[in-house]
Write a protein that binds this ligand. Sequence first.
Ligand code: F6R
Length: 611
Amino acid sequence: MCGIVGYVGTQQAAPILLDGLRRLEYRGYDSAGIAVCGDGRLNVRKTKGRLQALAEATHEGADLPGSLGIGHTRWATHGEPNDINAHPHVSRSGKIAVVHNGIIENYVMLREALQAKGYEFISQTDTEVVAQLLDYFYGSCGDIFEAVTQMIHTVEGAYALGIICSDFPDRLIAVRKEAPLLLGYGSDGNYIASDVTALIRHTRDVAYMEDGELAVLDGHGIRVYDRTLCPVHKERHHVDWDIDAAEKGGYPHFMLKEIFEQPRAIREATAARIRDGRVELEDLHMTPEEIRNIGKIYIVACGSSYHVGMVGKYNLERMLRRNVEVCLASEFRYSDPIVGPGDLVIVISQSGETLDTMAALREAKKRGARILSIVNVVGSSIARESDDVLYTWAGPEIAVATTKAYSTQMAVLNLLGLYFGDIMGTVSSELYHEVVQGMLALPDQMEEILAQPGTIHEAAKLFAGQESIFFIGRNLDYALSLEGSLKLKEISYIHSEAYAAGELKHGTISLVEEGTPVVAVGLYEPLFDKAMSNVVEVQARGAHVLALTTEQHREEMERRVPVVLTVPQTQQMLLPQLGVIPLQLLAYYIALERGCDIDKPRNLAKSVTVE
Ligand code: F6R
Protein backbone atom coordinates (compact mmCIF):
# COMPACT_ATOMS: atom_id res chain seq x y z
CA MET A 1 0.00 0.00 0.00
CA CYS A 2 2.57 2.63 1.08
CA GLY A 3 5.81 2.63 -0.90
CA ILE A 4 9.42 2.84 0.27
CA VAL A 5 12.58 3.55 -1.71
CA GLY A 6 16.07 4.18 -0.37
CA TYR A 7 19.48 4.69 -1.94
CA VAL A 8 23.09 5.04 -0.87
CA GLY A 9 25.98 5.27 -3.32
CA THR A 10 27.85 7.61 -5.62
CA GLN A 11 24.89 9.12 -7.52
CA GLN A 12 22.56 11.92 -6.49
CA ALA A 13 19.92 10.21 -4.39
CA ALA A 14 16.90 12.47 -4.89
CA PRO A 15 16.26 11.79 -8.63
CA ILE A 16 16.64 8.05 -7.96
CA LEU A 17 14.15 8.26 -5.11
CA LEU A 18 11.64 10.21 -7.19
CA ASP A 19 11.97 7.75 -10.05
CA GLY A 20 11.50 4.81 -7.70
CA LEU A 21 8.45 6.42 -6.12
CA ARG A 22 6.96 7.01 -9.58
CA ARG A 23 7.24 3.27 -10.25
CA LEU A 24 5.30 2.71 -7.04
CA GLU A 25 2.53 5.19 -7.80
CA TYR A 26 0.29 2.36 -8.93
CA ARG A 27 0.12 1.11 -5.36
CA GLY A 28 -2.06 4.04 -4.42
CA TYR A 29 -0.99 6.91 -2.14
CA ASP A 30 -2.15 10.26 -0.90
CA SER A 31 1.12 12.04 -0.08
CA ALA A 32 4.83 11.61 -0.72
CA GLY A 33 8.17 12.73 0.64
CA ILE A 34 11.93 12.33 0.46
CA ALA A 35 14.81 12.96 2.84
CA VAL A 36 18.36 13.34 1.57
CA CYS A 37 21.56 13.60 3.55
CA GLY A 38 23.98 16.17 2.12
CA ASP A 39 26.65 18.44 3.63
CA GLY A 40 26.21 16.77 7.00
CA ARG A 41 22.53 17.53 7.39
CA LEU A 42 19.14 16.22 6.36
CA ASN A 43 16.95 17.92 3.77
CA VAL A 44 13.34 16.83 3.79
CA ARG A 45 10.46 17.67 1.41
CA LYS A 46 6.93 16.33 1.68
CA THR A 47 3.77 17.08 -0.24
CA LYS A 48 0.16 16.01 -0.08
CA GLY A 49 -1.32 14.64 -3.29
CA ARG A 50 0.39 13.49 -6.46
CA LEU A 51 4.10 12.81 -6.68
CA GLN A 52 4.36 15.38 -9.43
CA ALA A 53 3.88 18.07 -6.78
CA LEU A 54 6.92 16.76 -4.91
CA ALA A 55 8.97 16.57 -8.11
CA GLU A 56 8.08 20.19 -8.92
CA ALA A 57 8.71 21.40 -5.38
CA THR A 58 12.24 19.93 -5.48
CA HIS A 59 13.02 20.71 -9.15
CA GLU A 60 13.11 16.98 -9.85
CA GLY A 61 15.27 16.46 -6.79
CA ALA A 62 17.95 19.04 -7.72
CA ASP A 63 17.19 21.07 -4.56
CA LEU A 64 18.23 18.17 -2.33
CA PRO A 65 21.87 17.30 -3.11
CA GLY A 66 23.40 14.23 -1.50
CA SER A 67 23.97 10.57 -2.22
CA LEU A 68 22.05 9.03 0.69
CA GLY A 69 18.29 9.25 0.89
CA ILE A 70 14.92 7.67 1.59
CA GLY A 71 11.54 8.26 -0.04
CA HIS A 72 7.96 7.27 0.66
CA THR A 73 4.49 7.33 -0.81
CA ARG A 74 1.92 7.24 1.98
CA TRP A 75 -1.57 5.83 2.16
CA ALA A 76 -3.08 7.33 5.28
CA THR A 77 -3.89 5.01 8.17
CA HIS A 78 -3.11 7.19 11.19
CA GLY A 79 -3.93 10.84 10.63
CA GLU A 80 -5.29 12.52 7.54
CA PRO A 81 -3.26 12.84 4.35
CA ASN A 82 -1.28 16.10 4.63
CA ASP A 83 2.29 17.39 4.44
CA ILE A 84 2.93 16.89 8.14
CA ASN A 85 1.69 13.33 8.33
CA ALA A 86 3.57 12.40 5.14
CA HIS A 87 6.84 10.49 5.56
CA PRO A 88 9.80 10.78 6.11
CA HIS A 89 9.42 11.65 9.77
CA VAL A 90 12.33 13.41 11.39
CA SER A 91 13.63 13.15 14.95
CA ARG A 92 13.69 16.07 17.38
CA SER A 93 17.41 16.60 16.80
CA GLY A 94 16.78 16.84 13.05
CA LYS A 95 19.44 14.17 12.51
CA ILE A 96 17.39 11.03 11.92
CA ALA A 97 14.75 10.44 9.23
CA VAL A 98 12.45 7.44 8.94
CA VAL A 99 10.09 6.01 6.32
CA HIS A 100 7.71 3.27 7.41
CA ASN A 101 5.19 0.83 6.00
CA GLY A 102 2.98 -1.03 8.46
CA ILE A 103 1.55 -0.12 11.84
CA ILE A 104 3.26 0.45 15.20
CA GLU A 105 0.65 -1.04 17.51
CA ASN A 106 1.99 0.32 20.80
CA TYR A 107 2.59 3.82 19.49
CA VAL A 108 0.15 5.51 21.87
CA MET A 109 1.91 4.13 24.91
CA LEU A 110 5.34 4.96 23.45
CA ARG A 111 4.27 8.47 22.52
CA GLU A 112 3.08 9.13 26.06
CA ALA A 113 6.33 7.77 27.49
CA LEU A 114 8.36 10.01 25.18
CA GLN A 115 6.15 13.01 25.90
CA ALA A 116 6.89 12.47 29.58
CA LYS A 117 10.57 12.82 28.66
CA GLY A 118 9.88 16.15 26.95
CA TYR A 119 9.38 15.02 23.34
CA GLU A 120 6.82 16.91 21.30
CA PHE A 121 4.93 15.32 18.43
CA ILE A 122 3.83 17.26 15.39
CA SER A 123 2.09 14.55 13.35
CA GLN A 124 -0.81 12.22 14.04
CA THR A 125 1.10 9.21 12.77
CA ASP A 126 2.34 6.10 14.50
CA THR A 127 5.60 6.45 12.57
CA GLU A 128 6.77 9.62 14.28
CA VAL A 129 7.17 7.54 17.43
CA VAL A 130 9.88 5.55 15.67
CA ALA A 131 11.81 8.72 14.76
CA GLN A 132 11.63 10.10 18.31
CA LEU A 133 12.40 6.75 19.89
CA LEU A 134 15.51 6.51 17.73
CA ASP A 135 16.42 10.03 18.78
CA TYR A 136 16.09 9.04 22.41
CA PHE A 137 18.22 5.90 22.10
CA TYR A 138 20.76 7.57 19.83
CA GLY A 139 21.11 10.40 22.35
CA SER A 140 22.29 7.96 24.97
CA CYS A 141 24.41 5.55 22.88
CA GLY A 142 25.68 7.73 20.02
CA ASP A 143 25.49 4.86 17.53
CA ILE A 144 22.67 4.65 15.02
CA PHE A 145 22.93 0.90 14.57
CA GLU A 146 22.71 0.38 18.33
CA ALA A 147 19.79 2.83 18.51
CA VAL A 148 17.92 0.89 15.80
CA THR A 149 18.38 -2.41 17.60
CA GLN A 150 17.06 -0.88 20.83
CA MET A 151 14.12 0.62 18.95
CA ILE A 152 13.08 -2.71 17.40
CA HIS A 153 13.00 -4.31 20.81
CA THR A 154 10.65 -1.57 21.99
CA VAL A 155 8.10 -1.20 19.19
CA GLU A 156 5.33 -3.72 18.53
CA GLY A 157 3.49 -4.21 15.28
CA ALA A 158 4.39 -4.51 11.63
CA TYR A 159 7.06 -2.50 9.94
CA ALA A 160 9.31 -2.07 6.98
CA LEU A 161 11.59 0.83 7.86
CA GLY A 162 14.20 2.86 6.02
CA ILE A 163 16.36 4.94 8.37
CA ILE A 164 19.10 7.51 7.77
CA CYS A 165 21.11 9.64 10.19
CA SER A 166 23.08 12.74 9.21
CA ASP A 167 25.99 11.71 11.48
CA PHE A 168 26.38 8.61 9.26
CA PRO A 169 26.12 10.08 5.75
CA ASP A 170 27.17 6.86 4.02
CA ARG A 171 24.79 4.47 5.77
CA LEU A 172 21.23 3.39 5.14
CA ILE A 173 19.54 1.07 7.61
CA ALA A 174 16.56 -1.13 6.81
CA VAL A 175 14.44 -3.28 9.11
CA ARG A 176 11.60 -5.62 8.30
CA LYS A 177 8.84 -7.24 10.32
CA GLU A 178 5.61 -8.39 8.64
CA ALA A 179 5.80 -5.78 5.87
CA PRO A 180 7.60 -6.37 2.59
CA LEU A 181 11.06 -4.92 2.03
CA LEU A 182 13.77 -5.87 -0.40
CA LEU A 183 17.39 -5.00 -1.01
CA GLY A 184 18.82 -4.03 -4.40
CA TYR A 185 22.49 -4.51 -5.32
CA GLY A 186 23.61 -1.91 -7.88
CA SER A 187 26.90 -1.07 -9.57
CA ASP A 188 27.01 2.49 -8.25
CA GLY A 189 25.14 2.06 -5.02
CA ASN A 190 22.65 -0.04 -3.12
CA TYR A 191 18.92 0.23 -2.63
CA ILE A 192 15.94 -0.67 -0.52
CA ALA A 193 12.36 -0.81 -1.77
CA SER A 194 9.01 -2.14 -0.73
CA ASP A 195 8.38 -3.43 -4.25
CA VAL A 196 10.73 -4.65 -6.94
CA THR A 197 9.07 -2.40 -9.55
CA ALA A 198 10.80 0.59 -7.88
CA LEU A 199 14.23 -0.85 -8.57
CA ILE A 200 14.29 -2.53 -11.95
CA ARG A 201 15.52 0.59 -13.74
CA HIS A 202 18.57 0.62 -11.51
CA THR A 203 19.26 -2.99 -10.65
CA ARG A 204 17.81 -6.44 -11.20
CA ASP A 205 19.78 -8.14 -8.44
CA VAL A 206 17.67 -8.24 -5.32
CA ALA A 207 17.33 -10.07 -2.02
CA TYR A 208 14.14 -10.28 0.00
CA MET A 209 14.41 -9.39 3.67
CA GLU A 210 12.84 -11.79 6.14
CA ASP A 211 10.93 -10.92 9.28
CA GLY A 212 13.25 -9.71 12.02
CA GLU A 213 16.14 -8.92 9.70
CA LEU A 214 18.11 -5.70 9.83
CA ALA A 215 20.27 -4.50 6.93
CA VAL A 216 23.04 -1.92 6.79
CA LEU A 217 23.76 -0.58 3.33
CA ASP A 218 26.59 1.61 2.13
CA GLY A 219 27.90 2.40 -1.34
CA HIS A 220 29.96 -0.77 -1.43
CA GLY A 221 27.73 -3.46 -0.06
CA ILE A 222 24.92 -4.67 2.15
CA ARG A 223 25.26 -6.47 5.47
CA VAL A 224 22.22 -8.29 6.82
CA TYR A 225 21.68 -9.47 10.39
CA ASP A 226 19.03 -11.66 12.01
CA ARG A 227 17.14 -10.89 15.23
CA THR A 228 20.13 -11.93 17.32
CA LEU A 229 22.41 -9.71 15.21
CA CYS A 230 24.20 -12.67 13.67
CA PRO A 231 25.22 -11.96 10.07
CA VAL A 232 22.94 -13.59 7.49
CA HIS A 233 23.93 -14.64 4.00
CA LYS A 234 21.21 -13.48 1.60
CA GLU A 235 20.41 -15.35 -1.53
CA ARG A 236 20.18 -12.94 -4.46
CA HIS A 237 17.46 -13.22 -7.07
CA HIS A 238 17.77 -11.91 -10.58
CA VAL A 239 14.54 -10.21 -11.65
CA ASP A 240 14.00 -10.81 -15.33
CA TRP A 241 10.79 -8.79 -15.69
CA ASP A 242 10.91 -6.75 -18.84
CA ILE A 243 10.97 -3.01 -18.07
CA ASP A 244 8.29 -2.59 -20.73
CA ALA A 245 6.18 -5.08 -18.84
CA ALA A 246 6.04 -2.56 -16.01
CA GLU A 247 5.11 0.31 -18.36
CA LYS A 248 1.95 1.03 -20.33
CA GLY A 249 3.29 -0.18 -23.66
CA GLY A 250 1.20 2.17 -25.77
CA TYR A 251 -2.15 1.56 -24.07
CA PRO A 252 -3.93 4.53 -22.51
CA HIS A 253 -4.24 2.69 -19.20
CA PHE A 254 -2.46 -0.15 -17.46
CA MET A 255 -5.82 -1.81 -16.95
CA LEU A 256 -6.49 -2.01 -20.69
CA LYS A 257 -2.97 -3.24 -21.34
CA GLU A 258 -3.38 -5.92 -18.71
CA ILE A 259 -6.77 -6.99 -20.09
CA PHE A 260 -5.11 -7.45 -23.49
CA GLU A 261 -2.21 -9.34 -21.93
CA GLN A 262 -4.51 -12.11 -20.75
CA PRO A 263 -4.08 -14.50 -23.68
CA ARG A 264 -0.30 -14.40 -23.21
CA ALA A 265 -0.60 -14.65 -19.44
CA ILE A 266 -2.92 -17.67 -19.66
CA ARG A 267 -0.63 -19.30 -22.20
CA GLU A 268 2.33 -18.88 -19.85
CA ALA A 269 0.45 -20.05 -16.80
CA THR A 270 -0.84 -23.20 -18.49
CA ALA A 271 1.23 -24.26 -21.49
CA ALA A 272 4.36 -25.04 -19.47
CA ARG A 273 2.24 -27.08 -17.07
CA ILE A 274 0.54 -29.24 -19.69
CA ARG A 275 2.79 -31.78 -21.39
CA ASP A 276 1.47 -34.36 -23.84
CA GLY A 277 -2.04 -33.69 -22.65
CA ARG A 278 -1.18 -34.23 -18.98
CA VAL A 279 -1.04 -31.64 -16.21
CA GLU A 280 2.38 -31.54 -14.57
CA LEU A 281 2.80 -29.36 -11.51
CA GLU A 282 6.52 -29.60 -10.88
CA ASP A 283 6.39 -26.79 -8.38
CA LEU A 284 3.99 -28.77 -6.16
CA HIS A 285 5.75 -30.97 -3.64
CA MET A 286 2.77 -33.00 -2.41
CA THR A 287 3.10 -36.73 -2.90
CA PRO A 288 0.19 -38.66 -4.47
CA GLU A 289 -0.41 -40.22 -1.07
CA GLU A 290 -0.61 -36.82 0.61
CA ILE A 291 -3.05 -35.68 -2.08
CA ARG A 292 -5.26 -38.73 -1.68
CA ASN A 293 -5.26 -38.17 2.09
CA ILE A 294 -6.27 -34.53 2.00
CA GLY A 295 -8.98 -33.89 4.58
CA LYS A 296 -11.03 -30.72 4.23
CA ILE A 297 -10.27 -28.20 1.50
CA TYR A 298 -10.58 -24.47 2.07
CA ILE A 299 -9.94 -21.65 -0.36
CA VAL A 300 -9.07 -18.40 1.40
CA ALA A 301 -8.62 -15.00 -0.27
CA CYS A 302 -9.86 -11.39 -0.52
CA GLY A 303 -11.66 -9.37 -3.20
CA SER A 304 -11.23 -10.62 -6.75
CA SER A 305 -8.98 -13.43 -5.55
CA TYR A 306 -11.93 -14.55 -3.42
CA HIS A 307 -14.10 -14.46 -6.55
CA VAL A 308 -11.62 -16.81 -8.18
CA GLY A 309 -12.16 -19.01 -5.15
CA MET A 310 -15.93 -18.92 -5.81
CA VAL A 311 -15.37 -20.23 -9.34
CA GLY A 312 -12.86 -22.68 -7.89
CA LYS A 313 -15.42 -24.04 -5.44
CA TYR A 314 -17.78 -25.01 -8.26
CA ASN A 315 -15.01 -26.48 -10.40
CA LEU A 316 -13.04 -28.27 -7.69
CA GLU A 317 -16.18 -29.81 -6.24
CA ARG A 318 -17.00 -31.10 -9.71
CA MET A 319 -13.54 -32.52 -10.27
CA LEU A 320 -12.85 -33.81 -6.76
CA ARG A 321 -16.38 -34.79 -5.70
CA ARG A 322 -15.83 -33.36 -2.25
CA ASN A 323 -16.82 -30.27 -0.36
CA VAL A 324 -14.69 -27.16 -0.88
CA GLU A 325 -15.26 -24.25 1.46
CA VAL A 326 -14.40 -20.80 0.16
CA CYS A 327 -13.78 -18.13 2.79
CA LEU A 328 -13.04 -14.43 2.91
CA ALA A 329 -9.64 -14.19 4.55
CA SER A 330 -10.75 -11.32 6.78
CA GLU A 331 -13.53 -13.53 8.19
CA PHE A 332 -11.61 -16.80 8.26
CA ARG A 333 -8.90 -15.46 10.54
CA TYR A 334 -11.39 -14.60 13.28
CA SER A 335 -13.77 -17.51 12.83
CA ASP A 336 -11.96 -20.05 15.03
CA PRO A 337 -11.75 -22.15 11.83
CA ILE A 338 -12.22 -25.89 12.06
CA VAL A 339 -9.03 -26.73 10.25
CA GLY A 340 -6.11 -28.90 11.25
CA PRO A 341 -3.52 -31.48 10.24
CA GLY A 342 -4.39 -33.21 6.97
CA ASP A 343 -6.53 -30.31 5.75
CA LEU A 344 -5.48 -28.20 2.80
CA VAL A 345 -5.85 -24.43 2.71
CA ILE A 346 -5.49 -22.93 -0.74
CA VAL A 347 -4.53 -19.28 -0.38
CA ILE A 348 -4.98 -17.04 -3.42
CA SER A 349 -3.27 -13.66 -3.73
CA GLN A 350 -1.91 -11.59 -6.59
CA SER A 351 0.38 -9.45 -4.47
CA GLY A 352 1.25 -12.13 -1.94
CA GLU A 353 1.23 -9.34 0.65
CA THR A 354 -2.47 -8.88 1.51
CA LEU A 355 -2.49 -8.65 5.28
CA ASP A 356 -5.85 -10.35 5.86
CA THR A 357 -4.85 -13.24 3.62
CA MET A 358 -1.47 -13.50 5.31
CA ALA A 359 -3.12 -13.58 8.74
CA ALA A 360 -5.55 -16.28 7.60
CA LEU A 361 -2.62 -18.30 6.25
CA ARG A 362 -0.81 -18.04 9.58
CA GLU A 363 -3.95 -19.01 11.48
CA ALA A 364 -4.41 -22.11 9.34
CA LYS A 365 -0.74 -22.98 9.58
CA LYS A 366 -0.77 -22.60 13.34
CA ARG A 367 -3.59 -25.13 13.43
CA GLY A 368 -1.54 -27.59 11.41
CA ALA A 369 -3.10 -27.29 7.96
CA ARG A 370 -1.02 -27.54 4.83
CA ILE A 371 -0.82 -24.29 2.88
CA LEU A 372 -0.78 -24.20 -0.88
CA SER A 373 -0.73 -20.70 -2.27
CA ILE A 374 -1.50 -19.38 -5.73
CA VAL A 375 0.49 -16.16 -5.98
CA ASN A 376 1.73 -13.78 -8.66
CA VAL A 377 4.59 -11.97 -6.96
CA VAL A 378 7.57 -14.25 -6.63
CA GLY A 379 9.23 -14.21 -3.24
CA SER A 380 6.31 -12.35 -1.63
CA SER A 381 5.43 -12.97 2.02
CA ILE A 382 2.54 -15.35 1.31
CA ALA A 383 4.66 -17.33 -1.12
CA ARG A 384 7.48 -17.62 1.38
CA GLU A 385 5.29 -18.80 4.23
CA SER A 386 3.41 -21.43 2.22
CA ASP A 387 4.25 -25.11 2.08
CA ASP A 388 3.72 -25.09 -1.67
CA VAL A 389 3.41 -22.24 -4.14
CA LEU A 390 1.98 -22.27 -7.62
CA TYR A 391 2.94 -19.01 -9.26
CA THR A 392 0.54 -17.48 -11.75
CA TRP A 393 3.32 -16.04 -13.92
CA ALA A 394 1.12 -13.13 -14.99
CA GLY A 395 3.96 -10.57 -14.79
CA PRO A 396 3.62 -7.28 -12.91
CA GLU A 397 0.06 -6.09 -12.54
CA ILE A 398 0.04 -2.33 -12.17
CA ALA A 399 -3.61 -1.26 -12.48
CA VAL A 400 -5.31 -1.35 -9.11
CA ALA A 401 -8.22 -3.35 -10.53
CA THR A 402 -6.97 -6.86 -11.13
CA THR A 403 -7.55 -8.51 -14.51
CA LYS A 404 -4.77 -10.79 -15.70
CA ALA A 405 -4.02 -11.96 -12.18
CA TYR A 406 -7.67 -12.98 -11.76
CA SER A 407 -7.56 -14.97 -15.01
CA THR A 408 -4.30 -16.71 -14.29
CA GLN A 409 -5.33 -17.55 -10.72
CA MET A 410 -8.40 -19.24 -12.16
CA ALA A 411 -6.33 -21.13 -14.72
CA VAL A 412 -3.94 -22.39 -12.06
CA LEU A 413 -6.84 -23.47 -9.83
CA ASN A 414 -8.36 -25.41 -12.73
CA LEU A 415 -5.01 -27.11 -13.36
CA LEU A 416 -4.84 -28.00 -9.70
CA GLY A 417 -8.35 -29.48 -9.87
CA LEU A 418 -7.37 -31.67 -12.80
CA TYR A 419 -4.14 -32.72 -11.14
CA PHE A 420 -5.76 -33.63 -7.83
CA GLY A 421 -8.81 -35.16 -9.52
CA ASP A 422 -6.59 -37.42 -11.57
CA ILE A 423 -4.68 -38.64 -8.52
CA MET A 424 -7.84 -38.99 -6.42
CA GLY A 425 -9.51 -40.85 -9.27
CA THR A 426 -12.50 -38.50 -9.26
CA VAL A 427 -12.19 -36.98 -12.71
CA SER A 428 -13.03 -39.15 -15.71
CA SER A 429 -10.50 -39.37 -18.53
CA GLU A 430 -13.07 -37.80 -20.90
CA LEU A 431 -13.55 -34.79 -18.66
CA TYR A 432 -9.81 -34.53 -18.05
CA HIS A 433 -9.09 -34.52 -21.75
CA GLU A 434 -11.91 -32.09 -22.50
CA VAL A 435 -10.70 -29.57 -19.90
CA VAL A 436 -7.05 -29.85 -20.94
CA GLN A 437 -7.95 -29.28 -24.60
CA GLY A 438 -10.22 -26.43 -23.58
CA MET A 439 -7.46 -24.78 -21.57
CA LEU A 440 -5.00 -24.99 -24.43
CA ALA A 441 -7.53 -23.31 -26.73
CA LEU A 442 -8.31 -20.46 -24.32
CA PRO A 443 -5.61 -17.98 -25.40
CA ASP A 444 -6.81 -18.01 -29.03
CA GLN A 445 -10.43 -17.70 -27.95
CA MET A 446 -9.51 -14.77 -25.70
CA GLU A 447 -7.81 -13.10 -28.68
CA GLU A 448 -11.08 -13.50 -30.60
CA ILE A 449 -13.01 -11.65 -27.88
CA LEU A 450 -10.35 -8.96 -27.65
CA ALA A 451 -10.48 -8.40 -31.39
CA GLN A 452 -13.97 -6.87 -31.03
CA PRO A 453 -13.68 -4.28 -28.25
CA GLY A 454 -15.81 -1.81 -30.24
CA THR A 455 -19.03 -3.75 -29.61
CA ILE A 456 -18.39 -3.71 -25.89
CA HIS A 457 -17.50 -0.02 -25.95
CA GLU A 458 -20.83 0.73 -27.65
CA ALA A 459 -22.67 -1.31 -25.03
CA ALA A 460 -20.78 0.54 -22.30
CA LYS A 461 -22.01 3.90 -23.62
CA LEU A 462 -25.60 2.77 -23.04
CA PHE A 463 -24.90 2.03 -19.37
CA ALA A 464 -22.37 4.76 -18.54
CA GLY A 465 -24.96 7.24 -17.26
CA GLN A 466 -26.54 4.83 -14.77
CA GLU A 467 -26.19 5.12 -11.02
CA SER A 468 -26.90 1.51 -10.11
CA ILE A 469 -26.48 -1.72 -12.11
CA PHE A 470 -27.38 -5.28 -11.14
CA PHE A 471 -25.58 -8.41 -12.27
CA ILE A 472 -27.41 -11.73 -12.19
CA GLY A 473 -26.33 -15.30 -12.91
CA ARG A 474 -26.52 -18.82 -11.58
CA ASN A 475 -23.81 -21.27 -10.58
CA LEU A 476 -20.55 -20.35 -12.36
CA ASP A 477 -22.35 -17.38 -13.89
CA TYR A 478 -23.09 -16.14 -10.39
CA ALA A 479 -19.42 -16.47 -9.38
CA LEU A 480 -18.51 -14.54 -12.52
CA SER A 481 -21.18 -11.90 -11.86
CA LEU A 482 -19.54 -11.15 -8.52
CA GLU A 483 -16.34 -10.24 -10.32
CA GLY A 484 -18.11 -8.30 -13.10
CA SER A 485 -19.92 -6.25 -10.50
CA LEU A 486 -16.79 -5.59 -8.42
CA LYS A 487 -14.84 -4.49 -11.51
CA LEU A 488 -17.59 -2.07 -12.42
CA LYS A 489 -18.03 -0.49 -9.02
CA GLU A 490 -14.36 -0.13 -8.17
CA ILE A 491 -13.37 1.77 -11.30
CA SER A 492 -16.58 3.51 -12.44
CA TYR A 493 -18.02 4.28 -8.96
CA ILE A 494 -21.42 3.08 -10.15
CA HIS A 495 -23.27 1.24 -7.42
CA SER A 496 -23.57 -2.39 -8.40
CA GLU A 497 -24.58 -5.68 -6.84
CA ALA A 498 -24.39 -9.24 -8.08
CA TYR A 499 -27.15 -11.68 -7.21
CA ALA A 500 -27.62 -15.38 -7.65
CA ALA A 501 -30.50 -15.09 -10.13
CA GLY A 502 -32.65 -17.61 -8.28
CA GLU A 503 -32.58 -15.28 -5.27
CA LEU A 504 -34.25 -12.39 -7.11
CA LYS A 505 -37.72 -13.52 -6.16
CA HIS A 506 -36.70 -13.64 -2.49
CA GLY A 507 -36.28 -9.91 -2.19
CA THR A 508 -34.09 -8.17 -4.73
CA ILE A 509 -36.69 -8.06 -7.46
CA SER A 510 -38.44 -5.32 -5.52
CA LEU A 511 -35.60 -3.04 -6.63
CA VAL A 512 -36.25 -3.66 -10.31
CA GLU A 513 -38.40 -1.01 -11.94
CA GLU A 514 -38.79 0.74 -15.28
CA GLY A 515 -35.29 1.36 -16.70
CA THR A 516 -33.29 -0.55 -14.06
CA PRO A 517 -30.09 -1.74 -15.77
CA VAL A 518 -29.39 -5.46 -15.40
CA VAL A 519 -26.41 -7.42 -16.75
CA ALA A 520 -27.62 -10.99 -17.17
CA VAL A 521 -24.86 -13.59 -17.38
CA GLY A 522 -26.12 -16.66 -19.22
CA LEU A 523 -23.03 -18.61 -20.21
CA TYR A 524 -23.46 -21.80 -18.26
CA GLU A 525 -25.14 -24.22 -20.63
CA PRO A 526 -26.94 -26.51 -18.15
CA LEU A 527 -28.79 -23.52 -16.68
CA PHE A 528 -29.26 -21.43 -19.81
CA ASP A 529 -33.04 -21.85 -19.80
CA LYS A 530 -33.17 -20.70 -16.19
CA ALA A 531 -31.05 -17.69 -17.09
CA MET A 532 -33.54 -16.85 -19.86
CA SER A 533 -36.44 -17.06 -17.41
CA ASN A 534 -34.69 -14.59 -15.13
CA VAL A 535 -34.15 -12.24 -18.06
CA VAL A 536 -37.89 -12.41 -18.83
CA GLU A 537 -38.68 -11.94 -15.16
CA VAL A 538 -36.70 -8.67 -14.83
CA GLN A 539 -37.81 -7.40 -18.24
CA ALA A 540 -41.42 -7.83 -17.15
CA ARG A 541 -40.66 -5.25 -14.41
CA GLY A 542 -39.14 -2.85 -16.94
CA ALA A 543 -35.42 -3.71 -16.62
CA HIS A 544 -33.01 -2.75 -19.41
CA VAL A 545 -31.03 -5.92 -19.91
CA LEU A 546 -27.54 -6.42 -21.31
CA ALA A 547 -26.86 -10.12 -21.72
CA LEU A 548 -23.64 -12.10 -21.87
CA THR A 549 -23.92 -15.55 -23.40
CA THR A 550 -22.12 -17.96 -25.70
CA GLU A 551 -22.07 -17.70 -29.51
CA GLN A 552 -24.31 -20.74 -29.59
CA HIS A 553 -27.10 -18.87 -27.76
CA ARG A 554 -26.68 -15.51 -29.43
CA GLU A 555 -29.76 -15.71 -31.64
CA GLU A 556 -32.02 -16.96 -28.92
CA MET A 557 -30.84 -14.24 -26.55
CA GLU A 558 -31.11 -11.55 -29.24
CA ARG A 559 -34.77 -12.38 -29.69
CA ARG A 560 -35.37 -11.10 -26.15
CA VAL A 561 -32.51 -8.74 -25.35
CA PRO A 562 -31.39 -5.69 -27.37
CA VAL A 563 -27.71 -5.76 -26.32
CA VAL A 564 -26.01 -9.14 -26.35
CA LEU A 565 -22.28 -9.79 -25.83
CA THR A 566 -20.95 -13.23 -26.62
CA VAL A 567 -17.93 -15.46 -26.10
CA PRO A 568 -16.94 -18.61 -28.00
CA GLN A 569 -18.05 -21.98 -26.68
CA THR A 570 -15.68 -23.88 -24.42
CA GLN A 571 -15.81 -26.58 -21.79
CA GLN A 572 -18.41 -25.49 -19.18
CA MET A 573 -15.95 -25.08 -16.34
CA LEU A 574 -13.82 -22.74 -18.43
CA LEU A 575 -16.59 -20.33 -19.42
CA PRO A 576 -15.72 -17.81 -16.66
CA GLN A 577 -12.22 -17.58 -18.15
CA LEU A 578 -13.73 -16.23 -21.36
CA GLY A 579 -16.73 -14.47 -19.84
CA VAL A 580 -14.67 -12.28 -17.58
CA ILE A 581 -13.09 -10.45 -20.52
CA PRO A 582 -16.26 -8.73 -21.81
CA LEU A 583 -17.14 -7.86 -18.21
CA GLN A 584 -13.69 -6.35 -17.59
CA LEU A 585 -13.96 -4.37 -20.83
CA LEU A 586 -17.49 -3.28 -20.00
CA ALA A 587 -16.31 -1.90 -16.66
CA TYR A 588 -13.30 -0.29 -18.32
CA TYR A 589 -15.26 1.49 -21.05
CA ILE A 590 -17.99 2.61 -18.65
CA ALA A 591 -15.29 4.12 -16.39
CA LEU A 592 -13.66 5.70 -19.45
CA GLU A 593 -16.96 7.26 -20.54
CA ARG A 594 -17.39 8.65 -17.02
CA GLY A 595 -13.87 10.14 -17.02
CA CYS A 596 -12.69 8.13 -14.01
CA ASP A 597 -9.08 7.66 -12.90
CA ILE A 598 -9.12 4.06 -14.13
CA ASP A 599 -5.71 2.83 -13.00
CA LYS A 600 -5.92 4.46 -9.59
CA PRO A 601 -9.52 4.40 -8.42
CA ARG A 602 -10.25 6.53 -5.38
CA ASN A 603 -9.85 4.99 -1.92
CA LEU A 604 -8.24 1.85 -3.32
CA ALA A 605 -4.70 0.54 -3.30
CA LYS A 606 -3.05 -2.27 -5.18
CA SER A 607 -1.65 -4.13 -2.26
CA VAL A 608 -3.66 -3.99 0.94
CA THR A 609 -1.09 -4.48 3.68
CA VAL A 610 -3.21 -3.06 6.51
CA GLU A 611 -6.20 -4.58 8.21
C1 F6R B 1 -10.03 -5.93 -7.23
C2 F6R B 1 -8.80 -6.23 -6.55
C3 F6R B 1 -8.86 -6.60 -5.11
C4 F6R B 1 -7.84 -7.72 -4.81
C5 F6R B 1 -7.77 -7.98 -3.30
C6 F6R B 1 -6.82 -9.09 -2.97
O1 F6R B 1 -9.82 -5.60 -8.57
O2 F6R B 1 -7.74 -6.17 -7.11
O3 F6R B 1 -10.14 -6.98 -4.72
O4 F6R B 1 -8.23 -8.86 -5.50
O5 F6R B 1 -7.36 -6.81 -2.64
O6 F6R B 1 -5.52 -8.80 -3.39
P1 F6R B 1 -4.44 -9.92 -3.58
O7 F6R B 1 -4.90 -10.82 -4.66
O8 F6R B 1 -3.18 -9.18 -3.93
O9 F6R B 1 -4.33 -10.65 -2.27
